[in-house]
Design a protein around this ligand. Structure first.
Ligand code: CUA
Length: 338
């Protein structure tokens, strides 16, 4: 093979590798948990900032690479002392200073609107980050507040004000598709205003290392049309339905008899514990164990019987000692809580 053919082949592989890397990078930008695929007003601003920063970094990088190529390629005798000084001052001082100053001013100017509270009268939702799940409290305007867990629904096009805190360690509330993150600090209350602009199902996550199962602390965010959201909110405010199916009724008895009610609330039943997630409508949620498992009867059973295998360090004890038919009845009961 001639040297030229070998060179051509190696160039082709480099180009192929670059195209592949580019495709992978672009594929990583979409999805339900991507800050670069914005579905909210705040996320759009942050994505704009990212692209401007990327463009700015590209300008600085190109200037440096151009200077490096010039330094390697230019013949020593053609380099004039004066032109070299100009290049160093221009490419090494002026271009980076101007680019970085413009980006700094652009980034800082973005902070006040991103940190501004939602207008008075907006939907209020209080969220507590707990090891390792999310306590969600809706305060509907004019209605009574009620508590849910691990799922947040929002009406599209309307600002929402989140009130954030934590009873244990520092967590960070983040819905990348809708906006920036905000720390949840024990003993302090922080606020975050978001305005979703697109309907869909997105994913929220804890963005601050908070213990063994930090990576298993996620939640679903469903952005809906206003009427659909109001219907959902009214359903969630209702107490749980009394189970009619014998298996589910048996499950409810077991739920109360095995002490589940010491930690969990099921509104409309004697279960009123507040240590763990409210389970009044747990069967209606998109996932179990804070985004760790799908919401299916088999997964309920797996979760109840093997809590620490599914989520290391979790406070809830495993109920593997229960007979399989009891676990099945419990799963059927929990799944029936729509
Ligand atoms: Cu909570 Cu990480």
């Amino acid at each position: 093979m001639s040297i030229n053919a070998a060179r051509l082949r190696s160039w082709r592989s480099v180009v192929r590798l670059m195209v592949l890397t580019g495709a992978l990078l672009v594929a990583g930008c979409s999805g339900v948990q991507s800050a670069l695929s914005p579905a909210g007003r705040e996320a759009e601003r942050i994505a704009d900032l990212f692209w401007w920063m990327t463009a700015g970094a590209a300008v600085v990088w190109l200037a440096v690479i151009a200077l490096a190529i010039y330094a390697v390629r230019a013949r020593p005798e053609s380099r004039k002392q004066r032109r070299d000084s100009l290049l160093i001052i221009g490419g090494g001082v002026v271009v980076p200073t101007v680019t970085l100053t413009v980006l700094l001013v652009y980034g800082l100017a973005m902070l006040p609107p991103l940190l501004a509270p939602a207008p008075a009268g907006s939907l209020q939702i209080a969220v507590s980050g707990e090891q390792w799940w999310w306590r969600v409290r809706y305060q509907p305007p004019g209605g009574e507040a009620f508590t849910l867990a691990n799922e947040i629904r929002l009406p599209v096009g309307e600002p929402v004000q989140f009130r954030l805190d934590s009873p244990d360690v520092i967590h960070s509330f983040w819905i990348p598709s809708l906006g920036g993150k905000m720390d949840m600090i024990p003993g302090r209350v922080t606020y975050l205003a978001l305005t979703p602009t697109k309907t869909g199902v997105f994913r929220g996550a804890c963005a601050e290392y908070c213990g063994a199962s930090h990576a298993l602390m996620n939640f679903s965010v469903v952005v809906q049309e206003k009427e659909e959201f109001i219907r959902w909110l009214a359903e969630q405010a209702e107490p749980a339905q009394t189970p009619v199916e014998p298996m589910a009724a048996r499950g409810q008895e077991l739920f109360l008899a095995n002490g589940c009610s010491a930690c969990h609330t099921v509104r409309g039943t004697p279960a009123n514990g507040v240590i763990g997630p409210d389970l009044t409508h747990v069967g209606s949620r998109l996932s179990l164990a804070a985004g760790t498992l799908p919401n299916e009867p088999d997964d309920f059973r797996r979760w109840v019987a093997h809590t620490t295998d599914v989520k290391p360090g979790v406070l809830m004890p495993s109920f593997h000692m229960l007979p399989p038919e009891d676990l099945r009845a419990l799963a059927v009961y929990l799944e029936s809580l729509k």
